[in-house]
Design a protein around this ligand. Structure first.
Ligand code: CA
Length: 426
């Protein structure tokens, strides 16, 4: 597919993350607005088209009742796939070169409905109803398993048969740009008899993508149905406290080590925008049971990078990998999630699990990049890192390369604040 041209010039730049082919959805506010003043919008070039305003003015009618009157996309998503397609068609028409001139031909409306991205603050695009995090990269699972359990037991025996995961906390999900505070927790090193309560010393990132459930289900659904039920994707950083994790991990799995924060990108890139970039999961090493088998290409060719910038200093790229490195697709994860009868709701967020490729520069966490703290990374500033230092800013990027255009997710960024001196001091 080639670039679709817009009358907004910045959207036609081959390096723009938001050409007409993308049209990702977000929620924005002017810096002095309260939350009630936030609007739903679509990114186009370096601008945002204000959909709440266009709905109020009658330019955009997607339902009998307003759906963009609240600063979340859930109400719209609940309208279902026909409404998703109709909105995309309408927006393409309003923003295309030579398309409907309702906005482009009305100087007053244009000046009120188009806002510079640089002038706004982004908010969470949806109310996250529930959050589940998976563990779907074979390379990541093998690396972590080797460090936590030894090379012989690296991959758990179930791993090649089911997309394993755990139920996380929706309350931990924050939008890109939110600061993250280094947590306290129980730490115990192997040479200690008993744990201590201390600030985390091994705070880490996990490079992931999140899938947003767009259609509710109540009972088992097939992989093909699960793919249809996904509305779109975001970048996701599952901040992880490795030393807290090491002590609490057995026998039940992650808990407080994963509950500090989960940062997502402000823009939801729809499944429709990613359609040209579909690709297959890797060859199966053992056959999956029939209900989890691949029924078509359900991963996407999305280049992913992570940069780390020490406070006040230049950023270094620490990871380059690709979403297609995963063993399981989000559709397979969602299908597996429903096998028990677990109801899924609009706004549920499914983390892919850390996306690590086969080679060292493709690893999606510092735990893997520094091999558990044994092999420090050298940054371009000359400093070294095994885990995150206070003041470090981490930024995730994701782009799919089309023919003369990009599909981007914007930034998924956060800065680590120092631990509180005394977390119980009121
Ligand atoms: Ca994770």
């Amino acid at each position: 597919m080639k670039l679709k041209k817009s009358w907004i010039n910045s959207a036609n730049d081959a390096k723009s993350q938001f050409p007409l082919n993308n049209l990702p959805y977000g929620v924005f506010a002017m810096p002095d607005d309260d939350e009630a003043g936030a609007h739903c919008g679509v990114a186009i070039g370096d601008m945002i088209l204000d959909l709440t305003l266009l709905e109020e003015e009658g330019v955009l009618v997607v339902s009998n009742e307003p759906v963009f009157d609240l600063p979340f996309w859930n109400e719209f998503i609940e309208l279902g796939p026909d409404a998703w397609a109709a909105l995309r068609t309408r927006l393409e028409d309003l923003l295309a070169e030579g398309g409907d001139d309702t906005v482009s031909g009305d100087a007053d409306l244009k000046s009120r409905a188009l806002i510079a991205q640089s002038a706004v603050e982004m908010q969470l695009p949806i109310v996250v109803t529930e959050y589940t995090d998976f563990y779907a990269s074979r390379h990541h699972a093998t690396n972590i398993g080797t460090m936590f359990r030894g090379a012989e037991n690296a991959l758990p025996p179930n791993w090649l048969h089911i997309p394993i995961g755990y139920n996380g906390r929706a309350s931990s999900v924050v939008v890109s740009g939110s600061d993250v505070r280094r947590p306290w927790g129980q730490l115990k090193s192997p040479d200690q008899d008993s744990p201590e309560f201390l600030p985390c010393r091994r705070f880490d990132l996990e490079l992931e993508m999140g899938a947003i459930v767009g259609t509710a289900s109540d009972g088992p659904i097939t992989v093909a149905e699960a793919d249809e039920n996904i509305f779109g994707y975001v970048l996701l950083n599952d901040w992880s406290a490795r030393d807290i994790q090491a002590w609490e991990y057995q026998p039940l799995g992650p808990f407080q080590s994963k509950a500090t924060a989960t940062t997502i990108s402000p823009w939801i890139v729809t499944k429709a925008a990613l359609e040209p970039f579909r690709c297959m999961t890797p060859p199966r090493e053992v056959p999956l049971l029939p209900h989890l088998q691949d029924v078509g290409p359900m991963l996407y060719d999305i280049d992913l990078t992570v940069t780390l910038a020490p406070e006040g200093k230049a950023a270094t790229t620490i990871t380059r990998t690709n979403y297609s490195a995963l063993y399981y697709s989000a559709a397979q994860q969602l299908a597996h999630h429903t096998t028990s009868g677990c109801p899924m709701n609009v706004g549920d967020l499914l983390g892919s699990g850390t996306i690590s490729g086969p080679t060292k520069p493709e690893r999606g966490s510092l735990q893997e990049l520094s091999w558990g703290g044994k092999e420090p990374l050298t940054l371009e500033t000359g400093e070294s890192r095994c885990f995150l230092e206070d003041g470090d800013t981490l930024t995730l990027y994701g782009t799919a390369q089309g023919d003369g255009y990009l599909i981007g997710f914007g930034e998924c960024t956060g800065t680590l604040l120092p631990a509180l001196k005394d977390p119980y001091k009121r």
